[in-house]
Design a protein around this ligand. Sequence first.
Ligand code: NAD
Length: 468
Amino acid sequence: MSDIYLKLVNTPVGKTAAQSLGLPSPAPLKRLKRVDQPFIEGDVLIGAGPGAKAVATVGAIIGASPATMLHASGQTTLADSALAGNKAKALDLTSDVNGKFSALVFDATGLKGPQDLRALYDFFHPTIRKLAANGRVLVIGQDPHTCRKAPQAAAQQALEGFVRSVGKEVGKKGSTANLIWIAPNAENQLDSSVRFFLSARSAYVSGQVVRIGKADKAKAGNPVAPLAGKVALVTGASRGIGASIAETLARDGATVIGLDIPPAMEELHKVTDAIKGKALACDITDEKAPKLIADFIAKETSGVDLVIHNAGITRDKTLGNMPEHFWDMTIAVNLTAEELIDEELMSRELLRNNGRIVCISSISGIAGNFGQTNYSCAKSGVIGYVEAMAKQLKNGVTINAIAPGFIETQMTAAMPFTIREAGRRMNSLSQGGQPVDVAEAIAWYCSPASAGVNGNVVRVCGQSLIGK
Ligand code: NAD
């Protein structure tokens, strides 16, 4: 689907016209071009607040970038390991900062109370204007739920308001701001998330907060094919977001089983044939569907590692006008089927150890939406399901959700013009996302290195103004 306004406004005439009329001027987002490109290019500035605990780990992850620079405030001493192996140097923000940075990264894990929040101002005030277009702001804090003292919990929670506001300030240049909260001693789980949030893969993810817990440290995998040897089931894979998820997981090395309703088989085969995957015709609301899917997996691959519950429908009507079958179908496809499929796969031990389940919610499930009581109800239910299951799953299996905002697909192309335009523009990046933006976030959840990422709901919505 194409956003003609975005193209027009990025021509010289269009830019001038938009500025003089006070219209939004969305910046074109830089997405991944080659799978083997460095996850970040250009200079990165890393700052550390008092008592910072993750800076050495973060420095080591970013170490390959051409010129990583570090700044420490308060009593933090930068560990040698953060500086080793790259061109990093400690610098004075008031005199040494020249040129533009592709990312500003700040370790706030050691903030103990409101008095320490000044470190945010000290680091970002002199540097935020030096963030390049399509830049990244990433703050790392300690999960407030794990803070024993109230002032510490207050300081860590404060990071959320800070980061969400920064996202709104930097979005007009296509830049993003996100927050990672880690559990104590979970620094070794940061790798996949730091790489994702600093890379072009997270182009449409802004204003998000991710919790990372303790888990076994993943072995370093193949950087260009991290999912090699994995089998993925993707529902609703014949088009839109599902087709992009199938292609992205296959790009990362997975063998994909694409599933869709029987009338979509021709389209589904186009997708699965191109990625050497398998196609399964199945209506997930059929009472025999869980068994059919499990039998197919047992026969074809003897197990599955990645289960992506993408299939979804909308049947919009205001509540008083909504026919019964609109309600029933929407709950059945978007929520009940996911639970029944997982139950069958797990009871037959077809979901392998260290598996990944990803469910697709929606910002409508967070904020509600006019005419979507059925859809919002189901998509909120998805969040409840994910949060509860995250506490129960064993054998290294994780479950997370993505809540897309406005993504350019056939689903959103069918919206009335004014609602579609409002959906596109009402976010910090002033544009809709692409299916691949959702797919890249799913690939990050699915990475073997994301073992500590569990029970999260990340919005891929350009920081939509609707909802939290
Ligand atoms: P889409 O309508 O283009 O694709 C949905 C796919 O699901 C289709 O291929 C369809 O045939 C399949 N499907 C529907 N019912 C099925 C059933 N009973 N059994 C098997 N397959 C079935 O939608 P999309 O825009 O690509 O959305 C994908 C997911 O993302 C959905 O869960 C949707 O609710 C969610 N979402 C999309 C947006 C957006 O802006 N596009 C926003 C929020 C959430």
